[in-house]
Design a protein around this ligand. Structure first.
Ligand SMILES: [Zn+2]
Length: 264
């Protein structure tokens, strides 16, 4: 038996099967690994100049990439629906969460994180009079939010590295306070990001068709998009047009990514 087993032909066959097994192993594990990229690297790594520059230059990129971002959650009514659609579409997005809602619904943030979405910081109270009351208050709003995220996802000292100002940095209100806050963010290892495309879901009540048209108009003649939507239903419910919005952007040739690629 042994002699037969170790013939040249059999060794070749065995080697071939080992090769096939290795191939299956890599084909199965590598894509899975990439679907959940760098989830731990948002944790307390210092923000490099390169990272800040990449985020700053993001919307001037020439590639057709869409970074979907959802603000003001988590909410039990909308966030899970958005997560379901993103899962079906195999898209990783970024969520700018409000700290006090993370404390109320940590399980939703945990789900979003485990499904490969970037969890970024939108302040604890979403209340400008608290946020800009003093430097200490601003710092506390940011840190309390990351603390809540860290608790929800089980990572101590979680640092989300990316902050979004309520109403955006570009809004004229609280301009001088925001300029000072940018320096505080830098000291804390953060940068900030606005958006260059939106469906206006928080501005006033629109029909679903109007929401979709707002998005189409807003992304016209733009390459890299940072798309602002909300995972709330305070004014409109973007989860009802998310699938159509994704279909439209795909038809227009956009590829979807999230901010993890910058913290690897
Ligand atoms: Zn907001």
């Amino acid at each position: 038996m042994q002699i037969i087993f170790f013939t040249k032909k059999n060794i070749l066959i065995i080697s071939f099967f080992i090769l096939i097994l290795l191939l299956i192993f890599f084909l199965y594990f590598i894509p899975n690994f990439r679907l959940n990229p760098n989830v731990k690297s948002a944790n307390a790594e210092p923000v490099s100049d390169e990272f800040i520059e990449k985020i700053k230059e993001l919307t001037s990129g020439s590639q057709k990439i869409a970074y979907l971002t959802f603000d003001d959650g988590p909410t039990t009514s909308v966030t899970p629906k958005i997560l379901d659609i993103l899962k079906e579409e195999n898209i990783k997005a970024s969520f700018f969460v409000i700290g006090k809602y993370v404390d109320s619904h940590p399980e939703i943030v945990k789900r979003a994180y485990e499904e490969g979405h970037y969890i970024a910081n939108h302040g604890y109270s979403h209340n400008n009079s608290i946020l800009y009351k003093s430097s200490e208050s601003f710092i506390s709003e940011v840190k309390k939010t990351d603390l809540a995220i860290g608790k929800a996802i089980g990572i101590e000292d979680y640092c989300s590295h990316i902050f979004r100002f309520p109403n955006g940095f570009m809004a004229p209100l609280y301009k001088s306070q925001k300029e000072k806050a940018v320096l505080l963010l830098l000291e804390m290892n953060y940068t900030y990001i606005d958006w260059n495309c939106l469906n206006k879901d928080s501005e006033r009540k629109y029909t679903n068709t109007q929401l979709l048209n707002n998005l189409k108009q807003s992304c016209e003649n733009k390459n890299t998009l940072v798309v602002l939507m909300h995972d709330t239903k305070d004014v409109n419910n973007s989860s009802l047009v998310l699938k159509e919005s994704i279909d439209y952007l795909r038809r227009e040739g956009y590829e979807f990514r999230n901010f993890y690629e910058f913290v690897s």
